[in-house]
Ligand binder design. Structure first.
Ligand code: ATR
Length: 271
């Protein structure tokens, strides 16, 4: 049976095995998907052993996405622009392809599941860390009218804007000087992980604004709770989690699983 896994540290909390097992059942794919733990300095030996034992692919979560980027024999363009790899796939010729499906997972959740438009819209992304870098190319490929990156540390936002300038109209600044009136706001900052939210002015929320928070939980996130009374439609990042998994599954198996039933199952499990 074809073997796959997710590697991380910690890894106990990962929902990837549940997601991929559900995908495999739905699409009648015969595969096994487990969890791999590695000490922070042991990514290479653990992954060497996994593929030597005949594995076909691996998902990679924190803190190993940069290790996987180095480890891959070749990269997709979206992995190269992200500077990080979350999916390794064994190719016919024996090489390991490194991909990054986080951005496509985000875009498919926003565009296909939620039905929110990106093309032609004014887009604000909060945060300038790995999560933002990982999603900028897929977002810009959707051709928003403009994309503004705002970050607590302004220099990091400017650096990202410079790096992605060639893919579209990208501007950058701090959290205090964000222009008003965006159509779509994506919180890619790590603030939500500690129960906080980025502190920004309410004027950034335009009419008919959609607000997406990359973090998720049993309850609406602090950022969603801030945006809802301002009239925004909101969503958390559970759909992105399922979306990135669906993209990885498609890369490995060549079939696209349904996301909605798995998302509903996870939502129920979070309650
Ligand atoms: P990730 O891989 O999740 O993006 P990261 O690379 O460490 O993690 O980046 C975290 C991002 O969240 C950064 O943009 C950080 O802002 P700084 O660059 O100023 O550190 C942002 N962030 C973290 N906590 C935040 C908070 N409480 N308010 C606003 N931004 C925050």
């Amino acid at each position: 049976m074809d073997k796959y896994a997710v590697i991380g540290n910690p890894i106990k909390q990962s929902m990837s095995p549940v997601i991929h097992s559900a995908f495999a059942t739905e699409t009648s794919q015969d595969l096994e998907y487990g969890k791999l733990f590695a000490e922070v300095d042991d990514f290479k030996p653990v992954v060497d052993e996994f593929f030597a034992a005949g594995a076909r692919g691996l998902n990679v979560t924190a803190p190993f996405k940069l290790d996987a980027f180095q480890y891959a024999d070749c990269l997709t363009e979206r992995a190269r622009s992200a500077g990080a790899v979350n999916t390794l796939a064994l190719q016919e010729d024996g090489r390991l392809l490194g991909d990054n499906t986080d951005g496509p997972g985000l875009v498919s959740d926003i565009r296909d599941n939620l039905g929110w438009q990106i093309r032609g819209k004014k887009l604000l992304v909060l945060g300038a860390g790995g999560a933002t870098r990982g999603t900028l190319l897929p977002l810009l490929n959707e051709q928003p009218a403009r994309l503004h990156i705002a970050n607590r540390t302004v220099s990091k936002a400017h650096q990202l804007a410079e790096d992605f300038q060639r893919f579209g109209s990208v501007t950058a600044g701090g959290l205090e000087d964000i222009p008003a009136g965006f159509d779509l706001i994506i919180n890619a900052s790590a603030a939500g992980l500690s129960g906080e939210r980025p502190h920004i002015d309410a004027s950034v929320v335009g009419p008919d604004c959609c607000v997406y928070d990359m973090v998720y939980g049993a309850e609406p996130t602090p950022f969603m709770r801030w945006a809802e009374p301002l009239g925004a439609r909101t969503a958390d990042g559970l759909g992105m989690l399922v979306g990135q998994a669906a993209e990885a599954f498609h890369l490995w198996r060549g079939v696209r699983p349904s996301e909605a039933p798995v998302q509903a199952m996870l939502r129920e499990a979070l309650r």
